[in-house]
Write a new protein. Structure first.
Length: 290
């Protein structure tokens, strides 16, 4: 069976519809992502999780459904998953607009306010052992955010980065200090927010005059984490997103000073996955937090 035949079979099995047209995304006929038109005219997107990421399709489906539940942000509708393939509503392409950015900011504020049972809780039906990109991400709960962030978002990636040589041991000290001093660095206590969890600009699609959120690693966390990640690699109309967020649910004083603290997690993930200059960025973020 060819890769496209496999995709056609998966889409038909998950949706219960015949596939009228199927096109690979990303080039070639071996793409693990496809655009499919069903026999009822619906257009869907399907992608296959890598074989070495068990539970990834299940985790993403649960994350998307959990983020969609409050109805505050644009999220592709989940059509289903079979453990390997995930099928969702297809989102077209468009250009960023100020209006869409402001709606995104307001929607994120309301999404975060929808809350979670605890810091570290996975989406309902989602696995504890999930993924952020190609890196494992364990969703274990903790009594408060500093304990959760130290144990489950800093320590695992710091240790792996040092053990693999991606981060020289001599450079780990500022990050270890942040881990140890988190209760004093975290700012005012807040309830657990419902996070996208991997909200960098590549996971925001601009279409139909809206900002659609894709590829989440959702969990209960601190709302400043989503916003810090959105600032990490830039985002169209970022200041309008942040201003609109503040209009709905103002952030605690000193939040700008804590951006580096919240960016430390994704930078450590990038250090583990890609090495290079991300280690130096992680160290700089840690120093900015101290």
């Amino acid at each position: 069976m060819s890769p496209l035949d496999d995709a056609r079979r998966a889409v038909a099995g998950i949706t219960g519809r015949e596939v009228a047209d199927l096109r690979p995304l990303g080039g070639g006929d071996t793409s693990a992502a496809v655009r499919a038109v069903l026999d009822d005219g619906a257009v869907v997107f399907a992608k296959a999780a890598p074989a070495d990421l068990p539970g990834a399709a299940e985790a993403e489906a649960a994350s998307l459904s959990w983020l969609a539940e409050p109805g505050t942000v644009a999220v592709p509708e989940v059509r289903g998953q079979d453990g390997r393939w995930l099928v969702t509503e297809h989102v077209g392409s468009g250009s960023p607009s100020v209006a869409a950015a402001e709606r995104l900011g307001r929607g994120l504020a309301e999404l975060h306010a929808a809350g979670a049972e605890a810091f570290g809780t996975p989406p309902p039906g989602g696995p504890v052992d999930a993924w952020i990109g190609l890196a494992p991400m364990r969703n274990r709960t903790a009594e408060d955010w500093p304990a959760f962030y130290a144990e489950h978002r800093i320590e695992p990636y710091l240790r792996r980065a040092v053990d693999t040589g991606a981060l020289p041991a001599r450079d780990a000290r500022p990050i270890e200090r942040v881990r140890d001093e988190l209760p004093a660095l975290a700012g005012p206590a807040e309830p657990p927010a419902r996070l996208h969890g991997d909200l960098w600009t590549g996971n925001v699609l601009w279409a139909d005059d809206a900002a659609w959120l894709i590829d989440p690693a959702a969990h209960g966390g601190h709302r400043e984490t989503d916003l810090a990640m959105l600032q990490l690699f830039g985002c169209p109309h970022l200041e309008r997103v942040l201003a609109a967020y503040q209009e709905v649910r103002p952030l605690a004083p000193g939040w700008r000073d804590r951006v580096g603290l919240h960016q430390l997690f994704p930078l450590l993930v990038h250090t583990v996955l890609f090495g290079g200059g991300y280690a130096a960025q992680a160290v700089a973020a840690a120093r900015s937090a101290l």
